[in-house]
Design a protein around this ligand. Structure first.
Ligand SMILES: Nc1nc2c(ncn2[C@@H]2O[C@H](COP(=O)(O)OP(=O)(O)OP(=O)(O)O)[C@@H](O)[C@H]2O)c(=O)[nH]1
Length: 414
């Protein structure tokens, strides 16, 4: 469902910029250019997911809009050109998502990050570990404003149990001084089981002695906050660490995905197929590994152009997903694909593969003014106990045989 963003802003130009940002993130945007308009809008409906609030409006020059929006339980980001410290403290004392000085274009980049993460954060769990109830409540409250799913633990043991139970936890914020297991010991314990690519740790301490920052980091934490901290710094560090995790995830995904078809690539196939084959053997089910290659693909490129060839590869991916969605599918390279599928019945497996071959044979692929038809040759190996590379090589030999024998057919390896 589209989420609604309320933009409270008297400058038409700035409102338009924020509207564009909101719409680029798929928000449905409503603009209130004055207090009067804001009151009118919120009398009609209050189901806004978030708001951006200009501090000074012509009919509300001293942040009146902030109170008004927050009193309707709408989380708000304050945008302001007033940058004196008193105003800043006044704004931060309220339950706002954040405060952004309208200094330059970076302010709008930052706003875009906040609005983006505000939509995603509910899927991200953050665990707060502190033996002091008031400290836990304070940090949890700040995180909830940012829409995170928050878990709390009062000691290290509880923290480890929650981490085990909730895999959606992506960050731990831990105090240093705690009875039994302190924050550094907990960090150490967490790092034995959860690596830094999957879980971030931020250490927190009020102690002014010693080099706690370095101790936390050397024991596996990613960041450190000294108490008392201001919400602005807290949010910057949380967002930065969550963004780091997301970037690692993106890079990992890219390394395992074929850019054109978005199918898993050769590396992903090797990572997943060995485990799958071991599972099939242990439950004594039938399975087959097939190498699939488009016939005369060079001719498709030569006749219709390289873009048409790319389009055919994407269509192949669609048909593979349609026919073998529950199995493993990969583009191994060029016009060569592999699948690994299981069934209780060996004959059913072969029928499935042949149905796919027929589907492709019958498919008419429109591309610009042309219609393209193509076929595939397939080499199959059943229930092999050979290592994966050997199975692929045997299936490839069978595929070669299918090509030599006239193409558009399946050859089962002996
Ligand atoms: N459009 C497009 N072409 C690609 C891509 N990767 C490889 N190719 C082309 O795929 C063609 C493969 O040609 P060949 O190996 O001669 O095989 P073929 O024409 O399919 O002939 P047979 O396999 O013997 O039936 C080459 O022309 C490559 O340039 C790609 O990502 N996009």
């Amino acid at each position: 469902m589209t989420k609604k963003l309320l933009v409270v802003e008297d400058s038409k130009a700035i409102a338009r910029v924020i509207q564009k940002i909101g719409e680029s993130l798929n928000y449905e945007v409503t603009i209130a250019e004055s207090m009067a308009k804001l009151e009118f809008i919120l009398q009609q409906s209050t189901d806004f997911f978030a708001a951006t609030i200009d501090y000074s409006l012509p009919d509300g020059p001293n942040g009146e809009a902030i109170d008004y929006v927050l009193s309707h339980k709408i989380p708000g980001v304050v945008m302001t050109g007033v940058m004196d410290d008193v105003t800043r403290q006044k704004i931060l004392a309220q339950a706002v998502i954040d405060y952004i000085p309208k200094e330059n274009s970076q302010a709008y980049m930052y706003l875009k990050r906040i609005l983006y993460w505000q939509m995603i954060n509910s899927e991200i769990g953050i665990l707060v570990v502190d033996d002091s109830r008031s400290a836990r409540v304070l940090i949890a409250e700040l995180l909830k404003r940012r829409n995170f799913t928050v878990y709390v633990a009062e000691n290290g043991m509880q923290a480890m149990e929650l981490l085990q139970e909730y895999p959606s936890i992506k960050m731990v914020i831990t105090d240093l001084e705690m009875p039994e297991m302190d924050g550094i010991e907990l960090t150490n314990e967490i790092r034995r089981r959860f690596d830094r690519e999957k879980l971030a740790i931020i250490g927190v301490s009020g102690a002014t002695y010693g080099s706690n920052t370095a101790r936390f980091i050397k024991n596996g934490a990613d960041d450190f906050l000294r108490k008392p901290f201001c919400p602005e710094e807290f949010y910057c560090r949380v967002t930065q660490n969550i963004e780091n995790l997301a970037n690692i995830e993106k890079i990992k995904k890219a390394a395992l995905t074929d850019y054109l078809t978005e199918l898993p690539n050769r590396r992903a196939f090797f990572q997943q197929a060995e485990g799958a084959i071991a599972r099939y053997h242990s439950k004594a089910t039938n399975f087959c590994l097939a190498m699939i290659d488009i016939d005369f693909f060079k001719k498709v490129n030569d006749t219709y152009g390289h873009d048409a060839g790319d389009h055919v590869l994407k269509i192949m991916a669609l048909y593979l997903r349609k026919n073998f969605g529950s199995g493993l599918i990969a583009r191994l390279g060029g016009e060569e694909f592999a699948i690994l599928i299981e069934d209780t019945d060996k004959k059913q497996l072969l029928n499935k593969v042949d149905r796919f071959r027929q589907d492709i044979e019958e498919a008419i692929t429109p591309f610009e003014k042309d219609t393209i038809r193509f076929t595939v040759s397939i080499g199959v190996i059943f229930n092999s106990t050979d290592p994966l590379a050997k199975q692929l090589s045997i299936a490839d030999d069978a595929l070669y045989y299918a090509k030599e024998n006239g193409r558009n057919q399946i050859k089962v390896a002996n």
